[in-house]
Design a protein around this ligand. Structure first.
Ligand SMILES: *[C@@H]1O[C@H](CO)[C@@H](O)[C@H](O)[C@H]1NC(C)=O
Ligand SMILES: *[C@@H]1O[C@H](CO)[C@@H](O)[C@H](O)[C@H]1NC(C)=O
Ligand SMILES: *[C@@H]1O[C@H](CO)[C@@H](O)[C@H](O)[C@H]1NC(C)=O
Length: 308
């Protein structure tokens, strides 16, 4: 009830003042992002879920060891991830992914220095979880099942699945943040998260016409399918674009190559925490844990959808 009243007030006040400040076509979008009662603390803690996932996937994939070895203090006694393993990576990919992993260690440390947070949640980064994501992306079982750890191309396609979700979450969180310290932290996290996504996309773009064996499907098609799956699961329209798109979706509506995923004005898409949960649980519902988070994500926002 209290939150309904708050939402009403925010919408009422912003709908009164915003038309004075911005052109009409923008105001409705801004009102939607303002209409929540998430605190800065909630939003930053929510991000910890994704940072833990990235840290473990990148560290284990590139070195065979996760947070438990690299920085046990940050795991805070949370359960070990299920199913991650050292991937068969070429030297360049291994080098880059290990850097990504260490970047996530820094992100975890930075977040935990600002908010209380929680221990590492239970994470499922088994090849079966990625296999299921790819089967859902294609609408049919791939045969043999997709294995993210089998080679560099597969690992980069699996990487394509993750930092972009964090990126859109940080863009979505930014307008809801009140405190300047939170804004500074989230801007710093967003910058590096989008950098990771850009590096991943650039490596894959270079291989976009290559066939991902043994599926007779190109790298570009894989990315398009993954992006369309995330659009379906998020259930909030077009917020995700693969490496080759219809011309209207390319930069300034003029190209089909799509090195970055962004809107008509080449601004990053934003996602709400609900949309993020629908995607990372893999089932299109923020109330139905699964996918990377068999026991659900932690923190007040994610837990609020799980209460009985
Ligand atoms: C991990 O995910 C796979 C694929 O969805 C599933 O079969 C397995 O039971 C999961 N493990 C746990 C402990 O949830
Ligand atoms: C972006 O441009 C395309 C083509 O002009 C149009 O169909 C689409 O509705 C636009 N999307 C938004 C969000 O404005
Ligand atoms: C979500 O889970 C339900 C119940 O298991 C299933 O019927 C539905 O197809 C799933 N949805 C998606 C998008 O995977």
């Amino acid at each position: 009830m209290a939150s309904k009243i708050l939402i009403f007030n925010v919408v009422f006040l912003t709908s009164f003042f915003l038309p004075l400040l911005v052109p009409n076509s923008y105001s409705s979008q801004i009102i939607v992002s303002a209409a929540t009662d998430f605190t800065d603390n909630d939003l930053i803690e929510f991000a910890l879920n994704l940072e833990y996932l990235e840290a473990e996937f990148f560290l284990i994939g590139s070195s065979g060891y996760g947070l438990g070895v690299v920085s046990p203090d940050l795991a805070q006694g949370g359960p070990s991830p299920i199913g991650g393993t050292l991937a068969q990576l070429d030297p360049l990919t291994k080098d880059i992914i290990y850097q990504f992993g260490l970047q996530e260690v820094g992100h975890l440390r930075a977040i935990k220095s600002k908010v209380k947070g929680f221990p590492r949640p239970l994470l499922n980064i088994s090849k079966e979880v990625f296999g299921t994501i790819m089967n859902n992306a294609f609408g049919r079982p791939l045969n043999p099942p997709f294995d993210p750890y089998a080679n560099s191309i597969n690992y980069l396609l699996a990487t394509y699945v993750i930092p972009y979700v964090g990126l859109t979450g940080y863009v979505g969180a930014t307008p809801m943040l009140q405190n300047i310290v939170s804004k500074q932290l989230v801007a710093g996290l967003l910058g590096v998260e989008s950098g990771q996504d850009a590096v991943t996309r650039a490596l894959l773009y270079n291989l976009k016409d290559k066939i991902v064996t043994p599926y007779a499907v190109t790298v570009a098609e894989f990315t398009n399918r993954i992006s369309m799956l995330r659009n379906r699961l998020g259930n909030a329209g077009l917020k995700d674009e693969g490496l080759v798109v219809p011309r209207e979706q390319g930069a300034d509506g003029k190209v089909t190559g799509n090195i970055l995923s962004a809107d008509n004005n080449s601004l990053s898409y934003a996602r709400t925490p609900e949309e993020i949960l629908r995607i990372i649980y893999g089932n299109g519902s923020e109330r139905n844990p699964g996918g990377f988070y068999p026991a659900g994500a932690e923190g007040r926002i994610a837990q609020s959808y799980l209460s009985p």
